[in-house]
Design a protein around this ligand. Structure first.
Ligand code: PHE
Length: 376
């Protein structure tokens, strides 16, 4: 038999019931099952007027559909009622807009570090890493620090207690102050030149990676060495006890101070801007001779003088110099044949200079109100 047109029209509307809101549900219930004007109710009332042979099948089909609608309406009413109570209890507010997705981003210092490494990669430098827990020999001795250099002092350097109570340089110094060891007990130069004897410490700079690189590779060497370094500094606006450095080392035949100046000037102009002025000031490091510090035009005032550059118009960005012949010799490189230059910079300070950040602690805070300004 062919389906009654009223049933054919109503059947598809059954599937739509679960998507109706409360007002629509009420209207639909009235339209389908309403006692006065509901389409199904009307059909059932009119059964008697149908031709004899249609009455039964149409009646059955209409009653079946009516039962299905009743179940669907009841279920939908239940769901909506539950949602309304949940919303009232504050658990789910169906009208609330969705939360924006939080997308992570690289830390501003990581971005700066990547950029610096990228500039040196263009120049043919390879990236090298070394250990953060270093020997006294790699961190100081091989780098030509004099035996009693103040940087080695307990006040500045974190020494690691290895439980090995050998008579090391550091023990000896401690002992001398407490009278435990006779003042004349001095370790021989040969002892001091042994990488395996002596204290273990947290490296105070990335320069020991120069030593490790020179010991492991024949020149020509062109390397950058990023990493964390540690000093017993207070944690204040401009100091942190753990901070980043980036070391550079170039060793080959015929490398001169001209190469140093050209490389570092190029770097500063790539990193800051093509017309940034730079200047080199004489300085001192035990492991370079001659030594210098490089300043760039203050990025905040453009060189006219402001609070950030203390009115000088310049900002110091790195230390550098020609690798000291003693360092080359300590690393078994012939200083008669090879020369080189080295430099060390602080990527965190460079990030601060670039973005005008005046408190280094912000870089360690993980505060998203600060960090979200650098998600670019
Ligand atoms: N190691 C020096 C420092 O920590 C920086 C430096 C590196 C200077 C290489 C010269 C050459 O201050």
């Amino acid at each position: 038999m062919t389906e009654h047109p009223v049933l054919a029209a109503l059947a598809p509307r059954l599937a739509l019931v679960p998507s109706l809101d409360a007002t629509q549900l009420e209207a639909e219930e009235t339209a389908v099952l309403g006692r006065k004007n509901g389409a199904l109710s009307a059909l059932l009332k009119q059964l008697a007027s149908l031709p004899e042979e249609e009455r039964r099948p149409v009646g059955q089909a209409a009653n079946h559909l009516k039962a299905q609608f009743e179940v669907a309406f009841a279920e939908r009413r239940g769901v909506l009622a539950q949602a309304a109570t949940d919303a009232e209890r504050g658990r789910v507010d169906l009208s609330m807009p969705g939360r924006g997705r939080w997308i992570g981003a690289l830390h501003p210092v990581t971005q700066v570090m990547d950029e610096i490494l990228g500039i040196f990669r263009e120049l043919g430098f390879v990236r090298v890493v070394g250990p953060e827990a270093e020997t006294e020999w790699h961190n100081f001795t091989a780098l030509n620090f004099p035996f009693d250099h103040p940087a080695m002092d307990l006040h500045d350097t974190f020494y690691v207690d290895t439980g090995d109570r050998r008579n090391t340089e550091h023990d000896r110094r401690r002992g001398r102050s407490s009278g435990l060891f006779p003042a004349q007990e001095r370790r021989s130069v040969a002892d001091r030149r042994s990488p395996d004897v002596g204290e273990v410490l947290l490296r105070t700079h990335t320069s020991p990676v120069q030593v490790r690189t020179l010991l492991q590779h024949q020149p020509p060497i062109r390397a950058v060495m990023p990493g964390m370094v540690y000093r017993k500094d207070p944690f204040d606006q401009s100091h942190a006890p753990a901070f980043l450095q980036l070391e550079g080392l170039v060793v080959d035949e015929g490398v001169s101070f001209v190469d140093l100046k050209a490389t570092l000037t190029h770097f500063a102009r790539r990193f800051f801007s093509p017309r940034t002025s730079v200047r080199f000031r004489p300085s001192y490091f035990p492991f370079t001779e001659p030594s210098a510090e490089m300043d760039v035009e203050c990025q905040l005032c453009g060189g006219t003088g402001c609070g950030a550059c203390k009115g000088t118009g310049w900002m110091e960005i790195l230390g550098c110099g020609m690798v000291h012949p003693h360092v080359l010799r300590n690393c078994e490189v012939d200083p008669e044949r090879f020369t080189g230059f080295a430099f060390g910079m602080g990527p965190q300070r460079m990030a601060m200079q670039r973005y005008g950040i005046t408190d280094i602690r912000l870089l360690y805070s993980g505060d998203t109100r600060f960090l979200s300004q650098f998600t670019g």
